[in-house]
Design a protein around this ligand. Structure first.
Ligand code: PEP
Ligand code: MN
Length: 336
């Protein structure tokens, strides 16, 4: 249930309702908007909550039909804004997050980081723990990779996003990363989601490759329900019958999510397409569709990449992409 307060109600009015809910054993989630305060109610005392509508301070009490609550737009009508370093997700800014698929060496990371800084991108991506489909593929440099990312952060003033693949890697990733990435394969690893709920750092939650939007939002609800409201959703393509691209980029997920949730939504056109030549067109389309940012794989020498070379942009192509994203953003009254 949601209790919508009348415009102009005081902090004391809100506290009074929260206290009543507490007496009934219900949890309240207060969202203060510019016009109205909305109190989301978690728990099942429908009859009592409905009666709150008779109070002078309450405009209406409405049921929430969706299974997710904390992440729903109904509970929290205004966009959640997540600030990380120079980046602000959820403000209309297009947050650029380029970087290699995997951290391979200092030189490789510094080359991309330097260009990212020069292009004005605020966040650097790079995997130190890699969830590879084959056990024989490069699995990442682990803590050594995290140290290289931390060095790039210091040197180029970038925030770092990197993936945790399990509880063990999460311990280290939470120590080094500014944003913790949870990959497509772990979207429904509920124990990991609970742990991520407790790290006190923003989380980027990728869509499971076969997950519906509701399942994805329930995964986000796990993170929120365990104490972490700073969740960025990332559409990275889903499995369909079409083999011409690695996955099918579900761009309609962006405006659908904007209706359903207050969380920022970003797009990863690299894993979605699997081919570098398709990355820029889909990046531009993602910005036009309303994405709050882009996760882009880039490598100084894609032909020699230890993972995802075919979808990685070389540095001139990354420059080209950022310039064109900037044009599309400007046409929409947005900025990088
Ligand atoms: C990644 O971004 O490094 C990655 C492994 O992506 P995904 O989880 O979307 O496959
Ligand atoms: Mn990759």
């Amino acid at each position: 249930m949601i209790v919508v307060m009348r415009p102009g109600t005081t902090e004391q009015d809100v506290e009074e309702i929260v206290a009543r809910l507490g007496q009934w054993g219900l949890k309240a989630h207060v969202s203060r908007g510019t016009e109205r305060t909305v109190i989301g109610v978690i728990g099942e005392r429908t009859e009592e909550v409905v009666r709150l509508a008779s109070l002078q301070t309450v405009e209406q009490v409405v049921p929430v039909r969706r299974p997710y609550k904390l992440v729903s737009r109904e509970f929290h009508p205004e966009n959640t804004v997540i600030r990380v370093g120079r980046a602000a997700f959820g403000t209309g800014e297009v947050v650029m997050m380029p970087g290699p698929c995997a951290v391979e060496s200092r030189e490789q990371v510094m080359a991309v980081a330097e260009l990212a800084r020069d292009l004005g991108c605020p966040v650097l991506r790079g995997g130190a723990y890699k969830p590879r489909t084959s056990p024989y593929s490069f699995q990442g440099l682990g803590v050594e990779g995290l140290r290289i990312l931390a060095e790039a952060r210091e040197r180029y003033g970038l925030a770092i996003i990197t993936e945790a693949v399990d509880h063990e890697s999460l311990k280290y990733v939470a120590e080094y990363a500014d944003i913790v990435q949870i990959g497509t394969r772990n979207m429904q690893n509920f124990e990991l989601l609970k742990a991520v709920g407790q790290i006190g750092r923003p989380v980027l939650l990728k869509r499971g490759m076969a997950a519906t939007i509701d399942e994805w939002l329930m995964a986000a609800e796990y993170v929120a329900a365990h104490g972490n409201p700073d969740i960025i959703l990332c559409e990275r393509g889903i499995r369909t019958y079409e083999p011409k691209t690695r996955n099918t980029l579900d761009l309609s997920a962006v405006p659908v999510l904007k209706q359903l949730t207050h969380l920022p939504v970003v797009v990863d056109p690299s894993h979605a397409t699997g081919q570098w030549s398709l990355v820029e067109p889909m990046a531009l389309a993602a910005v036009a569709a309303g994405a709050d940012g882009l996760l882009i794989e880039a490598h100084p020498n894609p032909a020699e990449a230890l993972s995802d070379g075919p979808q990685s942009l070389n540095l001139p192509n990354l420059t080209h992409l950022v310039e064109n994203v900037s044009r599309v953003a400007a046409a929409l009254g947005r900025r990088l």
